[in-house]
Each structure stands twice: as C-alpha cells, then as structure tokens.
Design a protein around this ligand. Structure first.
Ligand code: NAD
Length: 480
C-alpha cells in the first residue's frame, strides 16, 4: 500500500502540484519504486515564495509570543496525533526503521515545543545610563526577518523542525527547502502548521534544483537569514553567498567523530552502545561515531564484541519490524562506501566484518568494521556518512587525543572511561562542539547542537537555536 502524500509545493498558504521547473520522481530507497512526483519550483515560484514570506513576516512579527506559542503547539499536537502515519511516510522515502521514524516525529514535536516556549522568554534588558541626559537604554530582541532554510535527507523531519521551530518562535517567517529525496516528511510538517491555522505566507515550502534555489533565495533582498545543514563544500558556498548580502548564517556541516575508549572502560558495554550508535540511520548521521580509538589492552575484546554486534544487525526494509538497519539514501552512497573500503584495504587495513553491497533491489550495504587502518587511508579523513566504523589501537593517551583532534572537523567527540577526573581533562582537550562522556546521546531539544572548525557555524536547538533568529536592538531615550 502506498500511503505516501502527493508531493506539492506550499506557497502563501496554498498547495501547488506543478512547478515551472518541471518535476522529479521521489524514490523508495528500499526497493527503488517510485513513491510520487515532486513538482520543482523555478524563479517564478521562488519569487512568489519570497513575496509571501515578506508579507508573512510583517504579520507574524506583530503576533504576541504567547499567541505564537498557541498556534505552534496546536501544530505539534497534530504531529503527535499523526505520528504513526507520518513515521510510515518517513520510512517510505528515507528508509530508516519505522521505530526510528516514529521517534523522530515525536522528537520533532518536542523540539518545536521547546523553542516555542523559549520564544516567550526572548527577554531584553535595561542598561543603566552613564549620564542624567539619558532616561533609559532598552535592549530588545527582535526577529531577524524572512529566513531561507535548507535541510538534507538524513533526518527529514527533525532538521526542518529545528529550523522552522526556531524561526517561528522568534517571529520570523520562513521558506523551507527540504531535500528533494525526502520531501514527504517536510510536507507533513508544514501540513500540521497549515491545519493548526498558521497565517498564509508565514511558512512556505519549495523544492527544485538545490543550487539554483539557494542562489535565488539567498540573492533575494527579502531573505535576511539563512540556515543550512549538509555537506561542508555546500556550506562554504552558501556562506559566501550570504556574505555578499551580509545575511545572518547558521551552518551545521559534517563531522568525523572520534571515540576515545580508555583502558578502564567496560569493552563489552561500550561496544554494544557503539554498534547501536554507529549503525543508527545506516550511519547517515553527522554526529555518527566513526573513528574508534581504543586502548590496546581492550582492543581485541572491543573489536570482537563490535563485529559480533554488527553481524547480528538485520538489514532490510524499514517497514519490517525485525529490521535493525535500512538502506542508504541513494545508489551513489553505495559506490562511495565501496570506494572507501577498497582504498582502506589497499592501504593495509583489515576487514573485520561487512564491506559489501547486498545483491538485491534497494540501496543496501553491510554494517562494516575496518581495523588497523593507516592514516593514509581516505576513510581516516573523509566522512563516510554510511555504515562503516574504523577501530584502531593506541598506547599513549596524548597521541590518541592528538589523533582525535587531527582533522578539520569538530562536530562531536565521545569518550569512555570510569575515571571522572580523567574524563574532565580529556573532554576539555577534545576539539568538538559536543562531547559525549560515556554515552552517544548529545542531541536533545534543550541543548545546543553545533560544531567548531569546519563542522559549522552557530548552534541549533537549546536557547542558542532561538537566538540565531533574533537580532539585538538598542533603543536609547533622552528627554526633549
Ligand atoms: P550533497 O552535498 O549533494 O547534498 C547534501 C544536501 O545539500 C542535500 O540535501 C542537497 O539537496 C543539498 N544541497 C546540495 N547542493 C546545494 C546547494 N548548492 N544549495 C543548497 N543545498 C544544496 O551530498 P549527498 O550526496 O546528498 O550527501 C553526501 C554528503 O552530504 C555526506 O557525505 C555528508 O557529508 C553530507 N551530508 C551532511 C548532512 C549533515 O547532517 N550534516 C546531511 C546530509 C548530507
């Protein structure tokens, strides 16, 4: 049964089932069947969306924060009521197991709720004047303006929720461009806002040619804020486009997370947590643990437990309840995995398990573990963004920390030890926007999510997520 929604654009409160730039199919990555036909926006629809977002901003910024919260939380109630159906849409287009999809829908509602609450607390302050001539100096937080939001296919509702939730809570309007591979989840998110009575123009959705859409929107005078999640090269390019118009920019880019396992850790427990974290969403997670750097005393036990856990994962369609890992998003990701494994083996690495595509329809690749991988291998510096783990041994902690910090990435890092004092000192030395000590759960609605170095610019979620959509304004009063 195909209960996938008919893909459509959403501009100024209306659904459009055609676009002037043609259309493209939306494909189920588990069996390569066509789920629907996505209309693509050309310049005409993009200009309509910018004009709608301008009008929407003028209306929405005047709505009191409490009333904004009421509308937004009506939408999140709808998301929760529809969670089962929406999870199915997500699994059909993205491939992740149904239980992961359902959790993502519910987490999206939580993220939006948290930001809507924070919108009520966008406090300003009164700064004491230096002279009697000044009566008051008021610092207020005002919405930046219409925002263009670009999201990828790996978390097709969660990533739009972080951006849309923050924009709407701050009083901004938005144009969301979800990934063309996974428009259905974003369409259902927008539908919840539509059904909750969000005024026309406040939230718009377009799909199209990503480079053309982003250049057009960022180049439009009406857009004042841009937020992008995706690859580092595209993030750098969009940052350059934003700089031309001095537009506020948030970028959440890739990572290549190190996991330091110290000699006192429980190898079996860490391996169990690591397998779950590494192969979640088939490794297509920017904060996915990739380089496992394990003290030599635990190395063999850790590799054995990790590879045994990886072999046990059932690969298949996310709609089947026993599935532990679904397909990759597109065929070119399979080719990328094969090339990384082949290169690592040529450099002298050993394959502990996996390493091959499945010879069935759909984009399936085995959960893979490479060990003793030399630094010369591409996978030691290129983000795999797929189900490949690297496990290497170390005997010197300083060298292991240096290796963890050696790449231009700095999104997340993880550390496992029972020694609390060491946990503090090593965590402080790790160059990452987020450090998980003895767990992998660094993404929560209440806490900031973002990277340092080339992994990004700014944070999403938490108070910081809202602040990214607010400007600071001073109003200074003197008597006449
Ligand atoms: P890609 O760079 O082609 O696309 C990544 C995302 O960026 C897609 O959603 C795409 O639509 C969008 N995009 C591409 N060019 C754009 C442009 N000029 N303007 C606006 N958006 C644009 O890569 P891909 O093959 O789809 O994915 C592979 C790589 O992307 C991965 O290796 C990973 O590094 C990165 N990625 C990162 C995240 C993340 O959460 N940080 C998510 C998805 C992909």
């Amino acid at each position: 049964m195909n209960d996938y929604p008919a893909p459509a654009l959403y501009i100024d409160g209306r659904w459009l089932d055609t676009g002037s730039a043609g259309s493209r199919p939306v494909v189920n990555p588990a069996d390569e069947s066509v789920l629907g036909t996505l209309p693509l926006a050309g310049d005409a629809e993009l200009d309509l969306a910018v004009a709608a977002a301008r009008r929407g901003f003028e209306a929405w910024k005047k709505v009191p924060a409490h009333a904004r919260w009421e509308t937004v939380t009506r939408a999140t109630r709808l998301l929760r009521e529809r969670a089962d159906a929406l999870a199915r849409v997500m699994t059909l287009e993205q491939g992740k197991p149904l239980a992961e999809s359902r959790r993502e829908v519910l987490l999206s509602a939580d993220i939006i709720d948290f930001l809507a609450e924070e919108g009520k607390r966008a406090y300003g302050r009164l700064v004491p004047p230096r002279s009697d001539a000044i009566l008051a100096q008021a610092v207020t937080r005002v919405p930046v303006g219409p925002a263009a939001l670009f999201t990828p296919w790996n978390f097709p509702m969660n990533l739009p929720a972080r951006k849309v939730g923050a924009a709407l809570a701050a009083g901004c309007s938005a144009i969301l461009k979800p990934a063309e591979e996974t428009p259905g989840s974003a369409i259902e998110l927008v539908r919840a806002f539509h059904d909750a009575g969000l005024p026309p123009g406040v939230l718009n959705l377009v799909c199209g040619d990503p480079a053309q859409v982003s250049a057009h929107l960022i180049g439009s005078d009406g857009i004042r804020k841009v937020s992008f999640t995706g690859s580092i090269p595209v993030g750098k390019h969009l940052g350059e486009l934003c700089a031309r118009g001095v537009k506020r920019f948030t970028a959440e880019l890739g990572g290549h997370a190190p996991v330091l396992v110290l000699g006192d850790a429980d190898a079996a427990r860490v391996a169990r947590l690591s397998v779950a974290a590494k192969y979640r969403n088939a490794g297509q997670v920017c904060a996915s643990p990739t380089r496992f750097l394990v003290h030599e005393s635990l190395f063999k036990a850790f590799v054995d437990a990790f590879a045994a856990g990886a072999r046990q994962l059932r690969i298949g369609s996310g709609l089947e309840s026993e599935t532990g890992m679904g397909p990759l998003i597109h065929a070119r990701r399979i080719g990328a995995m094969e090339a990384l494994v082949e290169d690592a083996l040529a450099c002298g690495a050993t394959l502990a398990c996996g390493g091959r595509r499945l010879n069935v329809p759909g984009h399936f690749f085995e959960p893979t573990v490479l060990i003793d991988v030399p630094d010369s291998a591409r996978i030691m510096r290129e983000e795999p963004f797929g189900p490949i783990a690297v496990i290497n041994a170390w005997d010197d902690l300083d060298a292991a920390v240096a290796q963890a910090n050696a790449l231009p990435y700095g999104l997340s890092a993880y550390l496992f030890t029972r020694d609390l004092a060491l946990a503090h000192t090593v965590a402080a030395r790790l160059e990452a926007g987020m450090v998980g000590v003895n767990h992998f759960g660094v993404s929560q609605p209440e806490t900031p999510f973002g990277g340092v170095k080339e992994s990004g610019y700014g944070s999403e979620s938490g108070q910081e997520g809202l602040a990214a959509y607010l400007d600071t304004k001073l109003t200074s009063f003197a008597s006449q």
